[in-house]
Ligand binder design. Structure first.
Ligand code: GLN
Length: 510
């Protein structure tokens, strides 16, 4: 039995039945990671020793006839934005290099309690800010389908490690598309649950009103299995929802007869790659064949999604990231040379003038932040600080909140007519590494189809619906009303029973 060829559902069943041990399974994935990750860079940390120890303990418990958790023996890779007590948590930032949190994120605690095996921490854009993984302080991730291309971001490491079968399941986080977009570009399935469905406790905060944790795996059935473990109320996250967690994996069977799927006119805007369009149109046809009906709808404010997101997210980030001052949290610069210190990173400003600090404390703050944060994070902090500053607050931040309300209203209106909204995840397939790094606006536009989901607080799932002639995956997205995860998963599962796009594997990592 080749563990890398099995789904998460099959792995859990095989270990439970004794067809495979947790150690055999974990070892198989770790061996693949050891062989492949040198060229992919999906992991920031592989915990071979810890994972094998956990797996051995699970095998021993099974042998002794003791009860096992719902995910017993399932290897899971965790995005490095989630706190792990026994492993470094860096958020791919020099600011947090070497940081070991004193506690586990709620999601990690739930995974451990269910006897999942945490195999490592995955690479990402620094502080989850980015759409290509090129903003990692520890080098970009390569797309397993074409190593010269980006895997998407910010959960690019999680997506690439599942795509290359280095773990059957990974955990990601999605503030404006960071689960769905890399899942789409890497040909896997990724679910961003409704805001509050999964606790954010221990997820390093980026934009707290948008952040949400979710599963990334080969299939909707595997995502369902993991979601039922990680979802649920957490009294220590006041935004986590109290609604009962359904048994998602038991709700997949019902056919799609009568399901209404909305097709959004705005999705067919200029810039949609013709091969992506073809994949998306064919996906609608598959849903129709499964008994669903497709209806044209409008999301009139969708075009304001990107500008609204790029005000709200940086505003919240500038506030959240204020805690990294070198005193309370994060990297601390070496004591400087007094008030006339060199600017951050040791680079002198072009004018050659040296920077003046008001006090040694201010100097320490400035130099710690200057050295610890990468360029995109600094850009977001500056954007957010500007938009929140007196005199600009109403024009930018308050205005963005009003537009956010209109976007949410669009969704509420749409869900009065249809059950789910379909469409592309990204306008193009995976782009070349370096292609967009010089142009932040071009990079922000990769979020065109994903940010509105977070602004509206609803759920979305992305999954492969075809391939380009060049062999790159094309992703389809379904969005649903609040707490419609059972329907998102069921519709995707049905699609995956009728197609085999999600079963294709990249040749480069065979
Ligand atoms: N690409 C978006 C950004 O750069 C989304 C990131 C995310 O969802 N974490 O902010």
């Amino acid at each position: 039995m080749q563990p890398a060829e099995l789904s998460a559902v099959e792995i859990v069943a095989a270990i439970r039945q004794g067809d495979m041990t947790a150690v055999q399974c974990t070892e198989a994935f770790l061996d693949r990671a050891a062989r492949l990750d040198g060229s992919i860079n999906a992991f920031l940390k592989i915990d071979r020793e810890g994972a094998l120890e956990t797996a051995a303990a699970i095998d021993a418990r099974r042998k002794a006839g003791k009860p096992l958790g719902a995910l017993a023996g399932l290897p899971v890779a965790v995005k490095d934005a989630l706190c792990t007590r026994d492993l470094p948590t860096t958020c791919a930032s020099k600011m947090l290099a070497g940081f070991r949190p004193p506690y586990d994120a709620d999601t990690v605690a739930r995974l451990r309690a269910a006897d999942a095996v945490i195999v490592g921490k995955t690479n990402m854009d620094e502080f989850a800010m980015g759409g290509s993984n090129e903003n990692s302080a520890f080098g970009p991730v390569k797309n397993p389908w074409d190593l010269s291309r980006a895997p998407g971001g910010s959960s690019g490491g999680s997506a690439a490690c599942v795509a290359a079968d280095m773990a059957p399941v990974a955990i990601g986080s999605d503030t404006g598309g960071s689960i769905r977009q890399p899942a789409g570009l890497c040909g896997i399935t990724g679910l961003k649950p409704t805001y509050g469905r999964v606790s954010r406790r221990g997820l390093v905060a980026f934009a707290s009103s948008l952040d949400q944790i979710g599963p990334m795996a080969r299939s909707a059935a595997d995502c369902a299995l993991v979601l039922e473990t990680i979802a649920g109320h957490d009294p220590r996250d006041s935004t986590s929802l109290t609604a009962e967690v359904p048994r998602y994996s038991e709700l997949l069977e019902q056919p799609l007869t009568g399901l209404k799927i909305g097709r959004v006119a705005e999705h067919y805007a200029e810039g949609l790659d013709p091969e992506v369009r073809k994949g998306v149109d064919e996906a609608y046809a598959v849903f129709e064949a499964a008994g669903a009906t497709v209806h044209d709808i409008e999301l009139p404010h969708a075009k304001y999604g990107v500008p609204t997101y790029y005000l709200i997210a940086p505003c919240e980030a500038s506030s959240n990231l204020a805690r990294y001052d070198g005193a309370h949290y994060g990297h601390r610069a070496e004591p400087g040379t007094g008030h006339q210190a060199e600017p951050a990173g040791g680079h002198r400003a072009e004018s050659g003038s040296s920077q003046h600090f008001d006090s040694p404390l201010v100097e320490m703050y400035c130099r710690s932040r200057g050295e610890g944060f990468g360029p995109e994070v600094k850009r977001r902090i500056m954007l957010g600080t500007y938009a929140l500053s007196a005199g600009y607050y109403d024009a930018y931040y308050a205005k963005a909140l009003k537009v956010r309300r209109l976007i949410r209203q669009d969704y509420l209106d749409a869900f009065a007519k249809v059950d789910l909204i379909g469409g592309p995840v990204s306008a193009t397939p995976a782009f070349k590494l370096g292609e967009k790094t010089g142009d932040p606006l071009a990079m922000y536009l990769v979020d065109l189809y994903t940010v509105a989901t977070n602004l509206a607080g609803v759920g979305g799932i992305s999954f492969p619906c075809g391939f380009t002639r060049g062999g790159l995956p094309v992703g389809f997205q379904l969005q649903g009303p609040a707490l419609a995860e059972p329907l998102l998963l069921r519709a995707t599962d049905r699609f995956q029973r009728l197609t085999d796009w999600h079963l294709r594997r990249p040749k480069q990592t065979a």
